[in-house]
Write a new protein. Structure first.
Lengths: 268, 268
């Protein structure tokens, strides 16, 4: 099999990374995807650096068993703490979601004032601010942890009055900072776009790293001559560490359609 | 060392079980406690039967290393799925939180109409309804999963307008069933008592299994002649599978005071 005909590996703490997987399949429809969601240990966003690194390393090992050609970390918390460490530990190319999102935000912000919302663990890592300021030292970055957004998305209250109240509480300090760009620094948050846009107002651009990350994946595959050449339609696979049932239900909400192939696999 | 001078082992998916541990120390102030919170894999309430059983078994093994004399499962989801299985697998006496809570609810309900609120996984197990109907076949039991309550407690929004709105949404169907007793079927929920009582009204008695479970523990220790005889003040220990930092912060909210001894341990 040509090297490029191996699948793209994507992992996330659970289900949120499907928003990234969707963008990858949209931009690279001929590529085959192996997705792993660590649903037995989800969420990562409230857990420590040490645990997130350990879990992320385990997830790369799971994907390597499927002979993937590249690993995409479709989880902001995992990217925050583990990307640099995993890049040193593994030979396979690894792409995270933070650099692409940061780059895009820098491009679109006219006022040079960027907001970042994410899980407590991602915010604690300060990785978005560091990445933005390294690329564009003149930027002002304001960050806010939003721990209730993930449970609200998982509950399916995407357009609920309660979600809007929570968003107002979390986002008011960001609005006061006069930002014109808001990075959705968690792969669950694109599902809240309608409410977030309403609360932030039309003048604020929402940046979702999924699309940008998919572009980075394409560029990497092109640069390494790893694009898939097979003309057979790709057969994506979805693996989870907990039983697949709950994943299937919430995945349908994320993707708008059923996932045919979901099965449980063990770490180790 | 006399058999009774060994510690009481208590485990939970994370922090909620501290409400049970507190009741145990209140009722049995001379006893020493080893508490284990599986904070690396928390929550259990959104996970499958299979994972919850596996995690619970791991937790018993952790406690056994500390030579405990009894294991208290201070987690409703874990009790729902794993109690009967663990009782068969281990020789040590094991106590869960569901039987005590069910017994108390049956005692206090005059209308014989009991509500149960808990995590999705606990509600799915149907264990409360089964236990109540086995003890008192004439009861009417109405159940409701409340997935956002745990994140709201962890966020510290105990008395927040959003929490009240969420409670109204979850509890309205239970109010319509004219229950006079509501079992708080998750060890996080006692922290929401004020809001829950407000939403349910004064006519509804809230049953928190912590106190009842502590009584069961005392009875078991008495029956097995396992009460502690040492006159040295007990030194409680708190173990967690993620780093202790976040646990310490939220534990203070649960207990109203700092926890001096918290450290990370690995499973296996």
């Amino acid at each position: 099999m040509p090297q490029g005909d191996r699948p793209i590996g994507i992992f996330d703490s659970g289900i949120g990374g499907l928003t990234v997987a969707q963008e990858v399949t949209r931009l690279l429809p001929d590529e085959q995807i192996i997705y792993f969601g660590d649903t037995a240990r989800v969420p990562y966003g409230t857990k420590s650096k040490e645990s997130v690194i350990r879990f992320s390393r385990d997830n790369v090992h799971v994907l390597l068993k499927y002979n993937v050609k590249v690993v995409v970390i479709a989880c902001n918390t995992s990217t925050s703490w583990a990307l640099n460490i995993l890049r040193k530990e593994f030979k396979i190319p690894i792409i995270g979601v933070i650099e692409p999102g940061a780059r895009r935000a820098i491009e679109v912000s006219k006022k040079k004032r960027i907001g970042v919302i994410a899980t407590p663990s991602t915010i604690k890592s300060d990785k978005y601010a560091q990445t933005i300021l390294k690329m564009a030292p003149g930027m002002k970055v304001v960050s806010r942890a939003c721990p209730l957004f993930v449970p609200l998305v998982e509950e399916g209250w995407l357009d609920h009055q309660v979600t809007e109240s929570v968003a107002r509480e979390y986002l008011t300090p960001l609005k006061a900072e006069d930002i014109d760009t808001l990075i959705l620094g968690c792969t669950h948050y694109p599902l809240l776009k309608t409410v977030l846009q309403k609360v932030m107002g039309k003048g604020v651009m929402l940046v979702d790293s999924g699309t940008e990350t998919a572009r980075s994946v394409r560029k990497l595959l092109e640069d390494h001559a790893l694009l898939r050449s097979s003309t057979r339609p790709p057969r994506h696979e979805f693996l989870v560490s907990d039983e697949p049932e709950h994943f299937r239900v919430v995945a349908k909400r994320f993707l708008g359609h059923d996932l045919p192939h979901v099965r449980r696999v063990d770490h180790v």
